[in-house]
Design a protein. Structure first.
Length: 192
């Protein structure tokens, strides 16, 4: 048999990663996060955009292992964390991809260290897919779950109270506008 006949002989041998390895790797280098950003163009939620993402980090010298995760989960992308960073990230965003590929895997193969964050993350993704966050109580539940993740949200730029107060004020204003008829004074050639 020649080298060309043997498909396993390649110039760069492909690592074979398995479920147990992925669980351990993600427990050490992964993150389930839900960012909550102020976005005035998002009208269906009270001015806040909720973005869940699953990420795994690695130094650029070892980014090939992140590329293996793209094939393993059949989704996601690998990119540099920033223009001056030596860190690379494998990331999966998008509710459908998370719900179809990432969440079922970690439900079948539970994490040890990040299990509680994963459970909150999975609940948030499913709530968003079911559009529960479009109601005031569902929005508050999702935000509270997100703020309970990753060391109780210590790295967040806004406090839980600010997000929830902002959502209440936005909802109150929207309710006022729906129930109040706004009429402008006649002006210019419209006056009589």
């Amino acid at each position: 048999m020649t080298g060309g006949d043997n498909q396993q002989e390649t110039a760069t041998p492909r690592r074979l990663i398995d479920a147990s390895w992925v669980v351990g790797f993600v427990d050490g280098e992964g993150c389930f996060s839900v960012s909550i950003h102020r976005n005035p163009f998002v009208r269906r939620t009270p001015g806040w955009q909720i973005l869940p993402v699953f990420q795994v980090y690695q130094h650029g010298d070892h980014r090939e292992v992140l590329k293996e995760l793209v094939g393993f989960f059949v989704c996601g992308s690998v990119r540099s964390k920033g223009p001056n960073s030596s860190v690379w990230t494998y990331a999966v965003s998008g509710l459908i991809k998370l719900e179809r590929h990432v969440i079922p895997f970690f439900e079948q193969h539970p994490l040890k260290v990040k299990h509680q964050d994963f459970l909150a993350f999975a609940a948030i993704v499913r709530s968003l897919r079911n559009k529960e966050h479009l109601e005031a109580d569902g929005f508050e539940r999702v935000v509270r779950l997100a703020y309970g993740m990753n060391a109780q949200g210590k790295q967040r730029s806004r406090s839980l109270d600010v997000v929830l107060a902002g959502s209440s004020e936005t909802a109150r204003r929207a309710s006022f506008l729906r129930t109040t008829k706004i009429q402008s004074d006649l002006h210019g050639d419209m006056q009589s």
